[in-house]
Design a protein around this ligand. Sequence first.
Ligand SMILES: [Zn+2]
Length: 141
Amino acid sequence: MSSDKILWDYEALLERLYSNLPERAKVQPIEIPEFQIIRTGPYTRITNFKQVCDRIRREPRICMRYLLKEIGARGAIDDSGGLTIFLKVSRNTLRQLFRRFLETYVRCSTCGSYHTELRRQGKVWVIRCLACGAETPVRPI
Ligand SMILES: [Zn+2]
């Protein structure tokens, strides 16, 4: 047997192991709290914003940027971790947008787990799955 053959077998084995990973890694459920939303006058406030972002391992500023961009409004995060949007926005709209954020920037497209982290290197953003190890590039916000 030539050494080339041995190397090939080894690589094929590694590849098989790797491709089996998503099936073997158990998808752990994650409890993501609903936004607590208070609307007063022209403002909309998500009181538990930071808490929700912490749960999904995302910087509140990233998630805020996504929501504000989609809504087309300005907003700010206060010291207590709440997000105030300077516009009247319906609960439904906010929840739908957040669901879209979860699908695009949190959920692993390989195994469906929400246990992921977002790695940013300049204009390159990658979702890395903590359950199966898959890496998925996403569009920067
Ligand atoms: Zn995964």
